[in-house]
Design a protein around this ligand. Structure first.
Ligand SMILES: [Zn+2]
Ligand SMILES: [Zn+2]
Length: 327
C-alpha cells in the first residue's frame, strides 16, 4: 500500500510503498477514504512532541471502510464505515481509566503518534476506540470531526456555561466549535493573528458576532476563552479579556512557553486549564450532537502525496477550515 512516512522529525514526509498492516484480534483493517490534517501532526513532524513511534504514518482523523476484522471484533462488520480518532488504546486498569478519565490513561496509545495512522491507503485500529459516523456526513466532511470536532467539543465543556465565549486561533477546531456554540445560544468573539482579515471574515461568516486581532480587547468582557493557537503569549491576553471568575482553556497539545504576568490577571477566581486528548464518551456525545446543529465542515482536499503541502499551509496559516487527505 502507499503511505506517507515520517522517518526523521523535522524532515518532510516520504511517500513509500509498505505492506498493509494485519489486524490483531480486536482490530479492524480499514481502507482509508479520508484523513484530516491536524495541528498535532505538525507538532509531531516538527519534532515538538517527545518520542513518536518511528518510522511513523501520521494522521488521526480517519474515515474509512472496514475490509477485514480480527476474530474478537463485535461492534462492527465488514463494509461498515468508521471514524478513527486520536485516542487509539487505553489500559482500562489505571486510576484514570477507572475514574472516567481515560484521556489521561498512564499507558494510552495515540493514533498517528505512538500508533501508525491514516496518511495511508489502509490502517488498523482497535474497534473499541472507533466511532460510527452519522450517515448525513460524507467521508471528507466527517474527517475533521474526529479531532478538530472532538477536542473542540471537550474544550467547550471545560469552558462551562459561558454565554460570551472568546476563541483564539480560527482554524479547523474553531470553525466547528463556533457552530456548536452558536447552536447553544452563545455569543462568539473570534481572535486571530494581527491583521488576518481573511480569518476574521471567515469567523464572522460562521456566526462570530465580533472578530479582531488577538492583542485587542473584545467589546465586552468574556465569560470564558478557548485558545487553539499554540502561542503561550495568548494566555495573559485571554486572561485580560475574561471577566471575574472566567476560565481560559488551552486546547492544544503543545504551546510555546507562557510569559510571566502579574498575578492581578489571575486574581478574582480566574482559571487557566488545559484539555488533553478525548474520552470515548466525548465522542459519543459529540457525534450525537453534530448532526443536530448541524455542524458543517469546510475542507480543502489534497492527494495523499500532497501531505507535505497541506502541513506547510497549516504551518503558515494559509488554510481555511480543515485540510483533508484523500488517498
Ligand atoms: Zn489506563
Ligand atoms: Zn488532532
Amino acid at each position: 500500500m502507499r503511505a506517507m512516512i515520517l522517518a526523521t522529525p523535522r524532515q518532510p514526509l516520504r511517500a513509500t510503498e509498505i505492506p498493509a498492516p494485519r489486524p490483531t484480534a480486536t482490530q479492524v483493517l480499514v481502507k482509508v477514504a479520508a484523513c484530516a490534517v491536524c495541528r498535532t501532526d505538525l507538532h509531531v513532524v516538527d519534532g515538538e512532541l517527545p518520542t513518536p513511534k518511528l518510522p511513523l504514518v501520521p494522521g488521526h482523523e480517519i474515515v474509512g471502510t472496514i475490509v477485514e476484522k480480527g476474530n474478537m471484533v463485535e461492534r462492527f462488520g465488514i463494509g461498515d464505515r468508521v471514524g478513527i480518532p486520536w485516542l487509539g488504546w487505553t489500559c482500562g486498569e489505571c486510576d484514570f481509566c477507572r475514574s472516567g478519565r481515560e484521556n489521561l490513561c498512564d499507558r494510552a496509545k495515540f493514533t498517528g503518534y505512538t500508533l501508525d495512522g491514516g496518511y495511508a491507503e489502509f490502517t488498523v485500529a482497535d474497534e473499541r476506540f472507533c466511532f460510527p459516523i452519522p450517515a448525513t456526513y460524507s467521508d471528507i466532511e466527517a474527517a475533521p470531526l474526529l479531532c478538530a470536532g472532538l477536542i473542540g467539543y471537550r474544550c467547550l465543556i471545560r469552558a462551562g456555561a459561558a454565554p460570551h465565549l472568546g476563541i483564539y486561533g480560527f482554524g479547523a477546531a474553531a470553525h466547528i466549535v463556533v457552530q456548536v456554540a452558536r447552536f447553544q445560544g452563545r455569543e462568539i468573539f473570534a481572535f486571530t493573528r494581527r491583521g488576518d482579515s481573511v480569518a476574521q471574515q471567515f469567523a464572522k461568516s460562521l456566526g462570530a458576532i465580533w472578530a479582531g486581532d488577538s492583542e485587542t480587547m473584545p467589546p465586552k468582557p468574556l465569560d470564558a476563552a478557548i485558545i487553539f493557537a499554540p502561542v503561550g503569549s495568548l494566555v495573559p491576553l485571554a486572561l485580560k479579556a475574561v471577566a471575574k471568575g472566567g476560565t481560559v482553556v488551552c486546547g492544544g497539545i503543545h504551546m510555546s512557553d507562557l510569559p510571566s504576568f502579574p498575578y492581578d490577571l489571575l486574581w478574582q477566581e480566574r482559571t487557566i486549564c488545559s484539555v488533553a486528548n478525548l474520552t470515548r464518551r466525548d465522542g459519543e456525545e459529540f457525534f450525537k450532537l453534530a448532526p443536530c446543529v448541524p455542524v458543517r465542515t469546510i475542507v480543502q482536499t489534497f492527494p495523499l502525496t500532497g501531505a507535505n503541502e497541506a502541513l506547510t499551509r497549516l504551518r503558515t496559516g494559509k488554510l481555511q477550515g480543515a485540510a483533508v487527505l484523500v488517498p
